[in-house]
Design a protein around this ligand. Structure first.
Ligand SMILES: Cc1cc2nc3c(=O)[nH]c(=O)nc-3n(C[C@H](O)[C@H](O)[C@H](O)COP(=O)(O)O)c2cc1C
Length: 207
């Protein structure tokens, strides 16, 4: 993985991110949201696209994280790539266009599609048997193609700040270039209405 010396740092934070991400061991990332009462909440999601328009992940629009984002469309992503790299991203979040969600949905394996229909996120399901029965029922309801549920889709985090941290063994240098005010023009009350239909992820990640 390229280092973070002054000569190595790409002036474009997304290019810098991609140069590290190419070597990342996985596409999981911690997503942190906050409720209207400012109660923070973190969980892992899978990064499914990144380009100059932002970082894309998919989820259930009825989930607690989606409720946080509806009330407060700001969030942070935290990547940790052992043993020594961290990337912190924060910014505004908007739903991706329906076409983009459906396109990604079609790439998911059938069992994941059926379980997305079967599970209401963070809902306590009575038992594993109940969940399995639901999946069997859904399998008969959708014998061929499984449609993308109306309550499921993507979000794009549009970064306002990206920080790269490389913890060096010699402890002489903790390199952390920070790129701020990347989209300072995105006002809070506009974030939820951002027109993202036109900005599909060009570099959907092959993972
Ligand atoms: C490695 C990993 C990847 C995950 N990826 C996703 C994901 O892409 N989308 C998602 O909705 N949940 C994903 N989850 C589950 C979430 O972490 C979380 O438990 C779930 O979405 C409910 O979160 P919420 O109650 O905060 O809305 C993942 C969990 C793990 C451990």
């Amino acid at each position: 993985m390229p280092g973070l010396s002054e000569e190595d740092v790409d002036p474009d934070p997304i290019s810098q991110f991609l140069s590290w991400y190419e070597y990342a061991p996985c596409d999981a990332v911690a997503l942190v949201t906050a409720s209207p009462q400012a109660l923070p909440s973190g969980r892992m999601v899978l990064l499914k696209g990144v380009d100059k328009s932002g970082f894309v992940f998919f989820t259930n629009y009825g989930s607690p994280k989606a409720r946080d984002l509806a009330a407060n469309p700001r969030a942070a992503l935290l990547f940790f790539w052992p043993p020594d790299r961290q990337v912190r991203v924060s910014g505004w979040v908007a739903e991706v266009g329906r076409a983009e969600s459906e396109r990604y949905w079609r790439t998911r394996p059938r069992p994941s599609q059926l379980s997305a229909w079967a599970s209401r996120q963070s809902e306590v399901i009575e038992s594993r048997t109940v969940l399995e029965e639901r999946i069997v029922e859904l399998g008969s309801r959708f014998p061929d193609e499984v449609p993308c549920p109306p309550f499921w889709g993507g979000y794009r985090l549009i970064p306002t700040s990206v920080e790269f941290w490389h913890h060096r063994d010699d402890r002489l240098l903790l390199a952390a270039p920070v790129f701020e005010d990347l989209s300072a023009g995105v006002p809070a009350d506009r974030a939820a209405e951002l027109d993202v239909d036109g900005c599909e992820s060009q570099s959907a990640l092959p993972r």
